[in-house]
Design a protein around this ligand. Structure first.
Ligand code: HEM
Length: 149
């Protein structure tokens, strides 16, 4: 029997959550049209995520600004997944900078804490997994640092 999901920070039913869910479900559905290259920085990552499909490129842009707004409002997402619970819990130690580029988004996620750097690497690996496998990857827990419960 599938493990019951425990939402560490509540399970969103708000309108904004429904909108966010619609956006990332679309990204999962079109994962084969999404490409991501990541430059590893000393204390962070600089990913560029694009799609030749203009509709998907604009959904990518909406998704990132939606996630930034959601965290800024103190609302978590996917908090049954320890990595995403941690992205939310440590959001004050993570600087997310991003801007829209043609066909997508260029972002920079940095921290001054080596332990949180591990979270950023796992987040990067997770998004690459979503792009490779789509919803199958979305169903399981994401890779996480050993020290993270
Ligand atoms: C194919 C699917 C997905 C793609 C292509 C994608 C892409 C992205 C991109 C480009 C960013 C900006 C930061 C970065 O580039 O690392 C981002 C951030 C984020 N995404 Fe997604 N995403 C996907 C699915 C999801 C799902 C399913 C969730 C959660 C339910 C999610 C939650 C987040 C959150 C919370 C952030 C902000 C991270 C932070 O500020 O610490 N994403 N995503």
């Amino acid at each position: 029997m599938e493990n019951k999901r425990i939402y560490r920070h509540g399970h969103g039913f708000d309108e904004q959550h429904k909108k966010n869910q619609a956006l990332f479900s679309k990204l999962m559905e079109h994962h084969h049209e999404i490409f991501r290259e990541t430059e590893l920085l000393e204390m962070g990552i600089r990913p560029k995520t694009t799609s030749p499909n203009p509709h998907i490129a604009s959904i990518l842009q909406e998704h990132v600004s939606g996630m930034e707004k959601r965290f800024a409002m103190g609302r978590a997402i996917r908090s049954w997944d320890p990595l995403f619970a941690a992205l939310f819990e440590y959001r004050d130690n993570i600087l997310l900078e991003y801007y829209s580029i043609q066909n997508g988004v260029e972002a920079k996620l940095t921290t001054n804490d080596p332990k949180i750097l591990e979270i950023l690497h796992c987040h990067n690996e997770t998004i690459h997994g979503f792009i490779q496998e789509g919803a199958n990857a979305g169903k399981r827990q994401s890779p996480k640092p050993e020290w993270l419960e």
